[in-house]
Design a protein around this ligand. Sequence first.
Ligand SMILES: Nc1nc2c(ncn2[C@@H]2O[C@H](COP(=O)(O)OP(=O)(O)OP(=O)(O)O)[C@@H](O)[C@H]2O)c(=O)[nH]1
Length: 204
Amino acid sequence: AGTTRLEQRVCKNSVMLVGDSGVGKTCLLVRFKDGAFLAGSFISTVGIDFRNKVMNIDRLKVKLQIWDTAGQERFRSVTHAYYRDANALLLLYDVTNRTSFDNIKAWLTEIHDYAQQDVVLMLLGNKADATQQRVVKREDGERLAKEFGVPYMETSAKSGLNVELSFTAVAKELKHRSMKEPNEPKFKLQDYVNKEMKSAGCAC
Ligand SMILES: Nc1nc2c(ncn2[C@@H]2O[C@H](COP(=O)(O)OP(=O)(O)OP(=O)(O)O)[C@@H](O)[C@H]2O)c(=O)[nH]1
């Protein structure tokens, strides 16, 4: 008695997906939650929506409440209100859309203005499967991420590339922050992601 069994502890967190309209936020969430890709016509998110997912991280249940925001400008005031409750943000651009990449700096300003100072943040270059239409090089994404000190990787909601990994990395960081075991080394999100991609033999 008195000892908390690690498996029974639940760590609850809110993760928010942000980025321009059409970058693939809804598709990324659906791929992560249901393992499927929403092919066909593009239905823009209205306002905000959320889905829950429980992940097992180092024998601990990490409950993620994932908020899918509308990228369209006209819903910006709605999403602003949700930033302060977010523990983590996945900021997406579309590698086939230069404007969505150029807008990342504006998104970072918005995050700075509205989100918690210590929010876990990761930049994702989505639609990495679309090699023919690609206009933003991986190196450009890497450079930008480095400039702002944000972990980064490319994803594809269509092929599933790095989708699980991006959410796992964020969940691990959140778990480490809230329930660090004594003598546990500090978790470095970018190092974890790099290691996982390397062991998966990812050429990206
Ligand atoms: N090739 C490819 N297409 C994708 C990918 N992810 C999303 N798409 C397509 O991009 C379009 C927009 O996807 P959504 O997920 O609805 O975009 P969103 O960011 O949620 O857009 P808003 O709700 O308006 O903010 C859809 O036509 C998707 O099929 C991907 O990884 N690869």
